[in-house]
Ligand binder design. Structure first.
Ligand SMILES: [Zn+2]
Length: 83
């Protein structure tokens, strides 16, 4: 039984390119596929791959959030790409 109080972290597959080189590797709880995520995700979390998430996500009832730390990392990465 999945505890709904624990957040789901939507992850990309380890086969996908990521802008980050320090991602950690985990396992999708739905399909068992290898996924990658940022090291600072809330713990504990449920890991779910993008493919499984798109089938399970209900836009009427489910919320999406991005951590402030992840947004900062993405902005920092984009700044470095310009220089
Ligand atoms: Zn999956």
């Amino acid at each position: 039984m999945i505890d709904d109080e624990i957040p789901f972290i939507v992850c990309i597959s380890t086969d996908e390119w990521s802008m980050f080189t320090d991602n950690e590797v985990g396992t999708c709880e739905e399909c068992g596929g290898a996924v990658q995520h940022r090291p600072h995700i809330p713990r504990p979390s449920h890991l779910i791959c993008l493919a499984c998430w798109k089938d399970l996500f209900d836009p009427e009832t489910d919320d999406i959030m991005v951590t402030v730390e992840t947004i900062r990392e993405i902005l920092d990465w984009r700044r470095k790409q310009r220089h």
